[in-house]
Design a protein around this ligand. Sequence first.
Ligand SMILES: Nc1ncnc2c1ncn2[C@@H]1O[C@H](COP(=O)(O)OP(=O)(O)OP(=O)(O)O)[C@@H](O)[C@H]1O
Length: 667
Amino acid sequence: MSGRHEKERGVNVQVLLRCRPFSEEELRNHAPEVVKCNEYQREVAVSQNIAGKQFDRVFNFDKVFGPSAQQKDLYKQAVVPIVNEVLEGFNCTIFAYGQTGTGKTYTMEGECKRAKTGSTGELPAGAGVIPRVVQQIFDTLEGQNAEYSVKVTFLELYNEEITDLLAPEEISKVSLGEKQKKQLPLMEDGKGGVLVRGLEEEIVTSASEIFTLLERGSAKRRTAETLLNKQSSRSHSLFTITIHIKEATPEGEELIKCGKLNLVDLAGSENISRSGARDGRAREAGEINKSLLTLRRVITALVKHFGHVPYRDSKLTRLLRDSLGGRTKTCIIVTVSPAVHCLEETLSTLDYAHRAKNIKNKPEVNQKMMKSTLIKDLYGEIERLKSEVYAAREKNGVYIPKERYYQEESERKAMAEQIEQMGVLLETHQMQLQELQDKYIAQVRQCSDLSGKLEMAEKSLNETIKLLANSEEELKKCHCVLKEKEFIICEQKKAENALAHHASALSSDLEKALKDNASLFLKIGREDKLSSDNRVVVNNFQVELAQQIGSLCNLVASSVSQQNEHLQSVEKLCCSFTDIHDKAILEMKERVTTTRALHISHMEAVQNVVRLHKASSNAALDEISTLASSNAHSIEESLSSEATKAASMFDDLQGSLSTQQGEMTVL
Ligand SMILES: Nc1ncnc2c1ncn2[C@@H]1O[C@H](COP(=O)(O)OP(=O)(O)OP(=O)(O)O)[C@@H](O)[C@H]1O
C-alpha cells in the first residue's frame, strides 16, 4: 500500500498471537491444553467446558504463532517488515500484551541478556525482538554504507511514575538514597505529542552498545515473584530507538530521514487475586491494572468510534497515544498460555486483542529535514547545554540560595502540575465544547427533520380530514345497516325464542317418547322372554310330540302287528272254523248220508216195518223227518251267525285300521 493511500484510508493495527509452550511445572502437573493454534489458518481455538459440554471459541489474527514457534520465526515473519518501515522513515510501535508469565518479556527481550552474541556475531536462538531489531538496524545501516545516528531511550512506568532505566548510576544512587528513583515528568511537546522531560538519550554506534544498555536497563526493572511467574515484570517498559539517516538529493542537497521504533513490554494483564500479589504488591497490581484498564478503554473507544478517547487517564496511554489511532504503525503481540488454569484470562486477553484489530492508524512518513536545519537545531541544543553547564560550573548564571531554589522548584513543579491539570481541563472543555457543537448540529438537523416531518404531518392531516368526511358518510351508512341488522337480530331473537319454546315442548315430547320407548323396550324384552319361553315349550312339545308320535307309531306298529296277528288268528280261526264247518258239513253230510242211508235203511226197515207197521211207522217217520229238518235248520242258523260275527269282526278291524291310518296321515 502506498504511503499516501495509507494516510487517507488508515491502516489497521496489526495483531499477532503467540502461545507459549507448557512450563515444566505445568507438564509435571499434566495441565490440560485449552488453546490450539492453527498457524496456516491464522486462527486460535480456545476450548471451554460449560456444564459438561465442550465449546470452542475461535479467534482470527493477522498472524498466529504456536508453542513450537521459534524467536527467529516470529521475528522474520512479523518484525522484519516493521524495521524496514522504520528505516524508511516511519514511526512504528511493537508492544507485547498478555497475562503474567505468558512470555511478553521472553518475546520482547528474550534470553540474550545472559547469552550475548556468539563469536560469529550471531544472536543466540533465544534472543527476542529487541536485540534482533538492533542487529537488523545496524546490519542494514552498515550494509547501506549510510551516514546515520542511532539514539535509544529506555524508561519504566511503575505505579504511574516514569523512571529512566538508562540514567547514570550516580544519579540513581542519589535518588535511591532518597528512597525512590528519580521521577520524570510527562509533558506535551506542543506538536500534539508527549515528551518525557529529562529522559537520557544514549547515542549508540554499534549493536553491542545497545545490548549493554539493554542489559543495564532490564536489570533495573522492577520484578517480583508471583504465583504465575518467578520473575514477573511489575512495570511497563518502553525501549525507543530513533534513527537519523543522511540522504542526498539529486540536486546534491543533504536530507535527514528520521524513523522511530517503540518497543513496549507491558506488565501482566491478570487480575490481582490471580497474580497472587499481596499488600504492597496488591497496590502495585492495582496500578498496573489501572493503566491496562485505561488501555482497554482506549481500545474500546477507538474501535467504537466514541467522541472521547480517554488517552489522558493514564501515563501509559499518553505515551502510546500516537501508536493507538495516531500516525504510528502499530503491531500488538498478544501472548497467551495454553494451560487450563489461565483460561479466563486467556479469553479476556483474546477478546481485547481481537477488538484492537479494528483500530485504524494513519501512518505518515516523517518529514525529511535539511541537514543544515538539523545541524542548526543541534548547535542550538549544544549551546543551551553548554550555557547550563557553564552556569552550573561558574555559578555565573542565575544563582539563588538552595532553600529558595527548592522552594521555586516545588512551586515550579506545582505550577507544572497545575498547567498539566489545566491542560487536561482545557482538553475536557474542548471536548465538551465539541460535544455541545455536535449536539447543536444534531439539534439543528433534528429541527430541519422535524419541520420536514411537520409538513408531512400537515399533508397527512388534510388527507386524514378527507378520509374523515368519507368515513362519516360511511358511518351513516353503517348506522342504517346497523339498524337493519338490529331489526333482523330482534326478529331473529323472537324466532329463536319461539324455536326455544318449541324445542322445549319437543324435548318434553321426546322425554315422553323416550319413556314410552323404554317401556316398549321392556315389553319387547318381556315378549322376547315369553317367545323364548314359548319356543322352549314348543321345542319341549315338539320333543314330547315326537316322542308321543314315536310311541304312537310304535303303538300303531304294534297294534298293526297285533291286528295282523289278530287277523291272522281270525283268518286262522276262520280257516279253522271253515275247516271245522266243512268237516262238520262233511260230517253232517256223512251223517246225513249215513242218516239217510240209515234213514233209507230205516225207511226200508220202516217201510218194511211200515209195511209191517204201516200205520205206526208212518208216525215214526214223520217224527224223524221233523227232527232232521230241525237239525238242518239249527246248523244253518249257527253257520250264518258265525259268518255274521266273523264279517262284523272283520269290518271292525278294517274300520279301526282305516281310522289309525287316517290319524297317522294327519300326524
Ligand atoms: N515462547 C516461549 N518459549 C519458551 N519459553 C517461554 C516462551 N514464552 C515464555 N517462556 C518462559 O515462560 C516464563 C515466563 O515468561 P516471561 O517472563 O517472558 O512472561 P511475562 O509475560 O513477561 O510475565 P510478566 O508479565 O510477569 O513479566 C519464562 O521462564 C520464559 O522463559
